[in-house]
Write a protein that binds this ligand. Sequence first.
Ligand SMILES: Cc1cc2nc3c(=O)[nH]c(=O)nc-3n(C[C@H](O)[C@H](O)[C@H](O)COP(=O)(O)OP(=O)(O)OC[C@H]3O[C@@H](n4cnc5c(N)ncnc54)[C@H](O)[C@@H]3O)c2cc1C
Length: 632
Amino acid sequence: MKGEGTMDKQRVDVCVVGAGHAGVEAALACARLGMETILFTMSLDAIANLPCNPSIGGTAKGHLVYEIDALGGEMGYGADLVTLQSRTLNLGKGAAVYSKRVQADRMMYRSVMKRVLENTKNLRVVQAEITDIKTVCENGEKRIDAVVTRLNEEYPTKAAILCTGTYLNGTVHTGNVCYLSGPDSLMAATFLTDALKREGISMMRFKTGTPARVHKDTIDFSKLEIQEGDEGTLPFSWRTNEESYPQREQIPCHIVYTNANTHKIIRDNLTKSAMYSGNIHGTGPRYCPSIEDKLVRFADKERHQLFIEPCGLDTKEMYIQGFSTSMPTDVQLQMLHSLDGFENAQVMRYAYAIEYDCTDPQELLATLEYKKISGLYGAGQFNGTSGYEEAGAQGLVAGINASLKIKGEEPMILSRSSSYIGTLIDDLVTKGTNEPYRMMTSRSEYRLLLRQDNADLRLTPIGRRVGLVSDEQWEHFEKRRKQIEDEKNRLSHVLIYPTDEVNKVLEESGTSKISVPTQLGELLKRPQLDLEKLSEFDLNKPKLKKSVVFTAQTDIKYDGYVKKQLAEVARQEKMENKPLSSDIDYSTIKGLRIEAVQKLNKVKPLTLGQASRISGVSPADISVLMIYLSTK
Ligand SMILES: Cc1cc2nc3c(=O)[nH]c(=O)nc-3n(C[C@H](O)[C@H](O)[C@H](O)COP(=O)(O)OP(=O)(O)OC[C@H]3O[C@@H](n4cnc5c(N)ncnc54)[C@H](O)[C@@H]3O)c2cc1C
């Protein structure tokens, strides 16, 4: 029986379920690619909510934000507009893992993103809970047909993208108190999971947690270490003027440490924590552990570092990063009051853990479309990841691919060597995940290629191919790309003469003198040297943006490593370019081990390269597949 109010609903192109970080990128990508799009959310007042740390970016997450921006996404520019503090992490390591992280004004970010959505052509934003999906079978293929709201409205659609985050059967836990709820006391979505299971989709139960928010005026900051932002950091987005970034004076974070008393309180009450009382069944993120987990896993550590982060300019809420817990409220207060400077702390929001349903990403293709249901896509925390940046990246990819499929155009599948986004999605759909997946630089075997500053050189041409990169962005990119090439070319021709002044600088920098005129580019390959140190000898240097100079110099410095990695990419690509049909029944291929047959039939890899990354598929199995392919 069709739902009420169906009669007048025209079939739209895309329905996006969820206006979190995944849903926002998905909906904007679809609408900007000309798709008539409807974005549904449980609450219009919680669009692009930051329910956990009020920050965007961080190790590898900063790379994802730059990659989203390079492809024509929104998160980077939004983060630049609401930056309270900006830092570059890992400066002590190589430029490939330099990672930008900003403290973001939570309320401002929500309103910035809501404004963008409301002013985007082809896009409607509707506050409604999606409780069901409708599918139809045509020519033996199941496809999405409509989504249904709690008010029984049915929206016929060509594609639907599920970006439900931590809301599906969301259950909040604080001590032994638990109740159905989404994050920040928003309503949980309690119908859709059953509908998805009815359609044969496998669901998992995951968990994550967040710390308390404390009133700023009740913290004695004189007892805390201060952590200032970095001067001269570059913005995330090409749209932001790097000379006037950040657009407001930076505000500090602070640092405090747990102590023996804090640890005693937690150990004495460990069984009262929802995590350790057995109340929680969902699997939590290994890399964002609760403070209880840290004490159990790193029992020998005398203290744990906590960051006190501002949640916004116009609020007194302070976020205690690293102190997430699911202890009962009385224990939480004891834990807080045990910290130096927090003796009189007043809680504005108590910490909690939240369990929620998500899907098994191995049921998705690398386009993030379901193998079983054509036109249905998944993105974000719903796919088993954790993090705003991971969510935004998947939303963008799902939105682009849903639009390309409707237009009958080639899908966008990002390779592992092209980006962290490509690595993230390949890990999810090929290996799956049994805990909330967080991106890290160590997850990429090509991390020396995937620097945050060259994200546009790697991805903007792809964003242009799929139609999301605007003429303005393309023009900006082409100009920057040319300036970088010209500067690299110039640096490889500028000669530095072996004068006393030059050799004095070389010696002071801890590197050897030169005795013959040497190319500036060659000198830059020395780890002790950079353009800043040699600038007085580089007389005719053009006036270039800091971001152009940084990329040109870093390309020169990494030239050798990059060539080696590119050779490895070329070798791997031979495997990546050997397609495998998703119709193969691997049980019919002689010589494959049983485990490999089971795994290959579950994942249905699209290439030999993807098959080689499935855990349980051995190199011997790959040789069998290569022989099989050679007979085809
Ligand atoms: C308590 C908590 C702690 C966290 N801790 C961390 C952490 O430590 N580290 C980290 O990296 N990340 C953490 N996160 C995760 C981070 O918040 C998410 O990764 C990110 O918000 C995911 O973005 P998303 O777009 O997938 O989903 P969300 O941002 O969760 O957005 C989901 C959207 O879907 C909508 N929605 C859901 N169901 C329906 C429905 N049926 N119909 C209509 N709309 C629907 C909601 O209204 C919302 O707009 C935490 C999240 C929470 C809640």
